[in-house]
Design a protein around this ligand. Structure first.
Ligand code: SAM
Length: 258
């Protein structure tokens, strides 16, 4: 399905593929961290996939799949199939390399697409759809996107996603659960439910912050990833953790059925 994203980038690398990250992961339980600048842990990913109805041989859609790590983890555990959709050819290229490394390339198809356009799939293609990090922040018109997700789901298909709610002014993720629920129902979904997963989010952020603050880690990360990316990763974790501790940030799992 992809226009061979591998051809666009040679030897793609991401934070999670560095030896430093793998070493920190082992010591700070960051193997839980399955995102690409996202904060979904393994338990959260499986919960979303199961609420979306994904299981062995089912076919799912991963909205804003990024570099594929969350989706490939879900495939490894559930043996479902996924179509991964993202705007970034570079992230998809990393996903494709990973899928081949894990011998899962027959289970996943990556496609470059913009969530602000009609989804490039026929009606009633998928058994379930997931969005594990921030897909809602990329959508200029969330109601249209929810209508599109509804269209490409089979009858009875599930949709499950995580989103953040911030009390900070002007954040793109300030929609409360009731707003998502209203938009989903307008798009045709029923059985909308939300679950507060803020505690797990906070626990993961706390472990990540401690890992970054271990002596010498930031310097090594700057040398490996470049100072801009290393600093922005650390600053984001620090800022989110502070907001969360001040009670200004929540994370929810949302699910609905077609
Ligand atoms: C924070 S990353 C999360 C990726 C992945 N879901 C994860 O948890 O690892 C957000 C992703 O949204 C993608 N994105 C941004 N704008 C988009 C758009 N308009 N359409 C599709 N994907 C978009 C980015 O390329 C990025 O991969």
């Amino acid at each position: 399905m992809t226009n061979n994203p591998k051809s666009k980038i040679q030897n793609p690398k991401s934070l999670e593929d560095t030896k430093l990250f793998q070493d920190l992961a082992a010591r700070y339980f960051l193997e839980d961290y399955q995102g690409q600048q996202g904060f979904s842990d393994m338990g959260q990913l499986l919960r979303a996939a199961k609420r979306a109805g994904l299981e062995r041989d089912k076919v799912g859609l991963d909205l804003a799949c990024g570099n594929g790590r969350p989706g490939l983890f879900i495939i490894r555990r559930l043996r479902c199939h996924l179509a991964g959709l993202d705007l970034s050819a570079e992230a998809l290229a990393i996903g494709q390399h990973r899928a081949e490394r894990y011998a899962l390339q027959d289970y996943v198809k990556y496609q470059q697409a913009d969530l602000n356009q009609p989804l490039p799939f026929a009606a009633e293609t998928f058994d379930g759809a997931i969005g594990v990090e921030q897909f809602d922040e990329q959508a200029r018109n969330l109601e249209n996107l929810y209508r599109e997700v509804w269209r490409v789901l089979k009858p009875g298909g599930g949709f499950a996603f995580y989103f953040r709610v911030s009390t900070q002014p002007d954040t793109p993720w300030s929609r409360p659960p009731a707003e998502h629920s209203a938009l989903l129902q307008k798009a045709g979904f029923s059985q909308t439910e939300s679950f507060d997963v803020t505690w797990e989010f906070g626990a993961l952020l706390a472990r990540m912050q401690r890992a970054y603050e271990e002596k010498g880690v930031l310097d090594k990360l700057r040398a490996t990833l470049g100072p801009d990316l290393a600093d922005s990763l650390y600053n984001e974790v620090q800022e989110l953790h502070n907001q969360l501790n001040a009670g200004g940030l929540q994370r929810y799992l949302f699910s609905a059925k077609k």
